[in-house]
Design a protein around this ligand. Structure first.
Ligand code: AMP
Length: 222
């Protein structure tokens, strides 16, 4: 039987989780689940979920667990996740990690690994100023190192690229602080379970991806 890949991509904001997720999704044909993208889509469509999420995302704060955990459970229960999934932006706290474990047990599956994208804060702050994203397909660009072919237009879907509201310095600071306080403990959490693998996120995009691929291939060969 083919091995199922259930992966978490962990790392600070702007470490490149979205970009690497799209590459992993393509190469390994697994479903990319980004809670941030799900919230942004709901906000754009002004659904009740979007209106609630906006109160938090607009200032860089975490959306409450009652909202987030239910959304993830519903998404992971969908058929396309049976072939494997890549979680990007979830879990972000130890409580969410415990909830994820419960969800996966109830679905009769478990995690393959957690890949940490490592990067220093100063470099992330520098990187965030040049980030532009596509709110339609989730693709991410840098106007310095990973420019779109046409200025402000997404290469993947042709939609307009924007500067994310929560990438403004005051919100980004809150997100970084939250990462260190609430999300970083997950490194130890998954290390203890023997599931943690680390990658330097500041290398060029293709090198980061090759290093991630080496980890995934070694797990597939086991
Ligand atoms: P991201 O695109 O992963 O940086 O997420 C953007 C925003 O969505 C975050 O700053 C939070 O406000 C919210 N968000 C995304 N994932 C989660 C999560 N697992 N728990 C709570 N809030 C989240």
């Amino acid at each position: 039987m083919e091995k199922r890949l259930n992966i978490i991509l962990l790392g600070p904001p702007a470490a490149g989780k979205g970009t690497q997720s799209q590459l992993i999704e393509k190469r390994y044909a697994i479903s990319h689940i980004s809670t941030g993208d799900m919230f942004r889509a709901a906000i754009k469509e002004q659904t009740p979920l979007g209106k609630e999420a906006y109160q938090y995302t607009s200032t860089g704060r975490l959306v409450p667990d009652e909202v987030t955990n239910g959304l993830v459970k519903e998404r992971l229960s969908k058929d396309d996740c049976k072939k494997g999934f890549l979680l990007d932006g979830f879990p972000r706290t130890v409580i969410q990690a415990d909830v994820l474990q419960e969800i996966l047990s109830s679905l009769g599956t478990s995690l393959t690994c957690c890949i940490l994208l490592k990067a220093d804060d100063e470099l992330l702050i520098d990187r965030i100023a040049s980030r532009r994203v596509c709110l339609n397909c989730g693709a991410s660009y840098s106007i310095k190192t990973n420019k779109p072919k046409v200025e402000n237009v997404c290469d993947c879907c042709g939609a307009e690229l924007v500067f994310r509201n929560d990438d403004r310095p005051e919100s980004f600071k809150v997100r970084l602080e939250d990462y260190h306080k609430k999300t970083f403990p997950l490194v130890e959490y998954y290390k203890k379970k023997g599931l943690l693998y680390e990658v330097d996120a500041l290398l060029p995009i293709d090198e980061v991806f090759e290093n991630i691929s080496k980890i995934i291939s070694s797990l597939l060969d086991r």
